[in-house]
Design a protein around this ligand. Structure first.
Ligand SMILES: [Fe+2]
Ligand SMILES: [Fe+2]
Length: 334
């Protein structure tokens, strides 16, 4: 475990040695660079090529946002808002997900031979650790009661664990983008708090951009005889995620109190974060629009995750067809 924690707690170019941003302008510039990146190379970036792989690693390195969790100024919340936020059933699972992600990514990075991909995935592990730090600081600032964290166990099948984390992030981030926007519009989160979380949301977009391109690279460079086994594993991961999302995670704390955490919060939590009534098809449209917006600043030659947007379109179209059909039935009854 020692060497893995070294991967996720030490950035290749140690951030602790960097001076903090001198002013607000520097912060805004770092934010801009985290959202916009185009490779100076001309021509296509074909997965499996040296150019594509270098571009993926450069994108991840050059869009790094050097914010520090320790200097985040948590806004003071009025008692009502504080209560709403403290009682969201997500904080345990959020902290534990980051804890697992940093370990799984570090474990996978330690096995990757290619220096460019190793660098990018190690940085991703580091950023997951930073997310965990941000959440820990927030939990402390708002006095959110937490269940004790389970021990983080190094995965036995490192590739499986990395795939589970990567695909989970693809699904969760896609729906979280929509939910975050909804929470912003409804004023559920005060603006100061959404501003604080905004860089983290965008960071997840970079993570899933990296994952989608790593996946394409991995498929392109792996020996042909490994491919069927790998694809079977990918299907098994999706089956596992579908099963996991149908259940709720329960943990019991020191005093015997049960904490119920919703694995599926990013899909089902719209009512919790917004007093706006939004139909499922409209929510899917919002997620699709936000997904598009967050990815729009990155080189169009890099691949984007496609499964969650595809599912969202299916759900939206089915929902619209249902609305249309039930509208006709109602009109005929009158
Ligand atoms: Fe994260
Ligand atoms: Fe992430």
């Amino acid at each position: 475990m020692g060497s893995l924690s070294e991967i996720y707690s030490r950035l290749p170019d140690s951030m602790d040695d960097l001076p903090p941003p001198p002013n607000q302008e520097a912060v805004a510039q770092a934010d801009y660079h985290a959202r916009h990146w185009v490779s100076p190379l001309t021509g296509p970036l074909k997965p499996g090529s040296e150019a594509h792989k270098r571009a993926v690693a450069a994108m991840f390195r050059e869009t790094f946002n050097p914010y520090r969790p320790s200097v985040i100024d948590w806004p003071k919340l009025d008692p009502q808002t504080l209560h709403r936020i403290v009682s969201l059933p997500i904080w345990d699972i959020a902290v534990q997900t980051e804890g697992k992600a940093r370990l799984r990514m570090a474990a996978y990075a330690s096995l990757v031979q290619d220096p460019d991909m190793k660098d990018a995935i190690s940085r991703n592990a580091w950023e997951e650790n930073r997310h965990k730090e941000v959440l820990s600081k927030m939990v402390a600032a708002y006095d959110i009661p937490m269940a004790p964290e389970p021990p983080y166990v190094e995965p036995k099948d490192v590739e499986w664990a990395y795939l589970v984390t990567g695909f989970s992030e693809c699904v969760d981030s896609f729906f979280a983008f929509g939910m975050f926007e909804l929470a912003k519009r409804s004023g559920f989160f005060p603006e100061a708090l959404t501003d604080t979380f905004e860089p983290i949301m965008q960071e997840e977009c970079r993570h899933i951009l990296l994952f989608a391109n790593w996946l394409a690279w991995q498929r392109a460079v792996m020996p042909w005889w490994r491919r069927p086994y790998f694809e079977a594993k990918v299907w098994a991961v999706w089956a596992f995620l579908a099963y996991e999302r149908m259940s709720l995670a329960r943990t019991v704390d020191d005093s015997g109190q049960e904490h119920t955490q919703d694995n599926n919060f990013t899909v089902t939590g719209t009512k919790d974060v917004a007093n706006i009534d939004i139909t499922l098809p409209d929510f899917m449209d919002l997620c699709l629009a936000e997904d598009e917006r967050r990815f729009s600043g990155y080189d169009a030659r890099l691949l984007r995750p496609t499964t969650a947007p595809f599912l969202a379109r299916v759900i939206r179209n089915t929902g619209r067809a249902w609305e249309f059909a039930s509208g006709i039935v109602k009109a005929n009854r009158k």
